[in-house]
Structures are given as structure tokens and as C-alpha cells.
Design a protein around this ligand. Structure first.
Ligand code: FAD
Length: 303
């Protein structure tokens, strides 16, 4: 399946050039909110002004014609433009003999096939990831090189923002789906009951629950009450990574051997990145599986 077709099939949209695949919310009869798939929303991408290189390029021997670099008639997506300029700086490839943007596909293929992936680190993309369970994010945050994470704090926020994520295996199974609904209602109620009891103890002066600042009082209750929450509690986060790190993440996690929930997220992140940067992610193909899930493949791993 072509990646743009899958992006559309997942309900992908371009919000002013920033792709997003959103996820619907549902409610149990008791009002507990849950989601059935991850949402991946690109919040930020490179904003490049290559023209700022002009004084630098004009400072070389005029015979080299370096400023002509800025008059390339073929526009590139911003991340690709940034990475290509950074890579071409390495060899001062700004003159007429350089690879022009029209041949960017071949240029990036050389970078990938030769494993010179460090130049991809200049292009950075941020995503809001939601509809993701604590199980998923435990795996996601194992990725370190080139990543930054900011995740909802179960110590800081109250039960009012509790939401849950249903496993894809349960969605089409009426008995497992019903058990999920019952379980999350119970988890939300148990959290509320434990928090209420802890607040009572705190108000009565319980030593271990006391604190100087008001926010610390709430934290002391919530850090304790969260222990009753299951792995299927939603744990939204903002993830920022450079293109090289995202590529490694996609290769590991949009892989058929990856856990299904993180594979759903990784596939969506890939589709958003591919929409934004078709050249940087040109080598990936989407594979469809009999169970209706998808994975992403490239022969160039870990560039
Ligand atoms: C299918 C699957 C099953 C897994 N099962 C388990 C499991 O059972 N138990 C478990 O604990 N984990 C498991 N993991 C997690 C896995 O071991 C990694 O921690 C995770 O995938 C992050 O990948 P990474 O180490 O490549 O890190 P990244 O941070 O994404 O790093 C990218 C690359 O940078 C280099 N790098 C990063 N940090 C260092 C460093 N400190 N020193 C040297 N080089 C570095 C490495 O080459 C690394 O591959 C599993 C992952 C997958 C995909």
C-alpha cells in the first residue's frame, strides 16, 4: 500500500503543513473516557532560511560561484534542504559542480546507502502522541540517542484527566471489550476512592502525607493513588527527535516483530514524517499484514 493512501485511510490531515493522525475518544456509561488507537500530531518541524548563508558564500573567491547555491530552482522540503546544505558544507559543494536539488533523491540515497546518517541529525521533528498506554510509553522512552520526552505526570495531575487505552485485540471481541469497560470504570473509581481516603488522612495530619506547599500536598496523594492505575492508562507525551533517531525508531518499532500498539504509533509517525519529508524517508515501504495492521520496511537500517 502506498504511504499516502495509508495516511488518508488513517484519517490523516495536514494542519497548515503539519500532518496529524488524530484518534477518537469514547466513554463508558459511567463516563470514563478511553481511546482505541494512538494519535500522532506533528507539532514542529524545521524552519529553514538558507538565504542566511549568503554573506558566508559571498566571502569566497567569486570564480567559485558559491552564491548560486541559493538560486537552485527546485524547492525541497525544509528538513531535506537543511540536511542537504549541512552535508554539502562538508565538501564545500556549493559551486556549479554540486548535486542540484533536482537530484536530491539520488543524493539522499547515497547518504543512506553509505550510512552517513549523522547529517540527518540536523532536522528535528516534534510530535504530540496521545491515545498511548503506559505500556507503550515504557517502551518508547527506551530510545535515548537524539530523543527528548515530556510526559504527563501522574504525580501532578488529578484523576480528572484520567483516560484509558483499549488494546486493539479487545476492540472486536465483545467479551474482552466489555471486560475492558468494566475494568477501566473500576480503576477510575478505585483511584478516586484511594485519593479521597488519602486526602482525609492528610487533612487529619498524617505524617507521611504532609507537605509545606499546596502543590506538594496534591502530589503526595496522587503519587500514592497512581499505584492502582493499570498499564492501560493513557500516558500522553510530546516526543522530539531528529530524523536519524526517528528512522531508527521506525525501523525498530514499525517492524512486524514490535509490539502491536507501539507499531501502530510508529506507523503513524512514519506516515506523518513521510508526508512532510518525502525525500528523507523515501526508502521506506509500507507492508500490510493479514490481521489488518501495517509495518514499515527499508533496506537501509540504522544509517
Ligand atoms: C521487538 C523488541 C523487543 C524488545 N525486548 C526488550 C526486552 O525484553 N527487554 C528490554 O529491556 N528491552 C527490550 N527492547 C528494547 C531494546 O533493547 C532497546 O532498549 C530499545 O529498542 C531502544 O533501542 P536502542 O538501544 O537502539 O536505543 P536508541 O536510543 O534508539 O539508540 C540508537 C542507537 O544509538 C546507539 N546508542 C544509544 N545509546 C548508546 C549507548 N549508551 N552506548 C552505545 N551506543 C548507544 C546504539 O547504536 C543504538 O542502537 C525491545 C525492543 C524491541 C524493538
Amino acid at each position: 500500500m502506498a504511504s499516502d493512501e495509508l495516511f488518508a485511510a488513517y484519517g490523516g490531515k495536514l494542519n497548515g503543513g503539519h500532518p496529524a493522525i488524530d484518534a477518537a475518544t469514547y466513554q463508558t456509561d459511567a463516563g470514563t473516557i478511553y481511546l482505541q488507537q494512538p494519535g500522532a500530531v506533528m507539532l514542529a518541524k524545521p524552519n529553514v532560511n538558507l538565504d542566511a548563508m549568503r554573506p558566508f558564500l559571498e566571502g569566497f573567491d567569486a570564480a567559485l560561484q558559491f552564491p548560486a547555491y541559493l538560486d537552485d530552482p527546485t524547492p525541497l522540503p525544509e528538513g531535506a534542504a537543511l540536511v542537504k546544505a549541512a552535508a554539502q558544507l562538508c565538501y564545500a559543494s556549493f559551486g556549479p559542480g554540486r548535486t542540484a536539488n533536482a537530484n536530491a533523491a539520488r543524493y539522499f540515497d547515497n547518504i543512506r546507502s553509505s550510512g552517513h546518517g549523522s547529517v540527518l541529525e540536523h532536522a528535528v521533528y516534534s510530535f504530540l502522541c496521545y491515545g498511548v498506554s503506559r505500556s507503550l510509553t515504557h517502551e518508547l522512552i527506551r530510545h535515548r540517542a537524539g530523543f527528548g520526552f515530556s510526559q504527563i505526570s501522574q504525580r501532578y495531575v488529578s484523576g480528572k484527566v484520567l483516560r484509558f487505552v483499549e488494546r486493539p485485540e479487545y476492540v472486536e471481541q465483545p467479551d474482552l471489550h466489555a471486560r475492558f469497560l468494566t475494568r477501566i470504570d473500576r480503576a477510575a473509581a478505585e483511584y478516586a476512592a484511594v485519593a479521597e481516603r488519602l486526602l482525609e488522612l492528610q487533612a487529619a495530619g498524617d505524617t507521611i502525607l504532609t507537605a509545606e506547599a499546596r502543590t506538594d500536598l496534591r502530589k503526595k496523594v496522587q503519587q500514592c493513588a497512581r499505584s492502582v492505575l493499570p498499564n492501560e492508562t493513557e500516558a500522553p507525551l510530546v516526543v522530539t527527535a531528529n530524523a536519524r533517531a526517528w528512522r531508527h525508531f521506525i525501523e525498530m518499532r514499525a517492524n512486524p516483530h514490535a509490539e502491536i500498539e507501539i507499531r501502530m504509533l510508529a506507523s503513524r509517525i512514519f506516515l506523518c514524517l513521510r508526508e512532510t519529508e518525502p525525500v528523507l524517508f523515501a526508502d521506506y515501504t509500507v507492508q500490510s499484514h493479514p490481521d489488518g495492521t501495517h509495518s514499515v520496511y527499508s533496506e537501509y537500517r540504522k544509517v
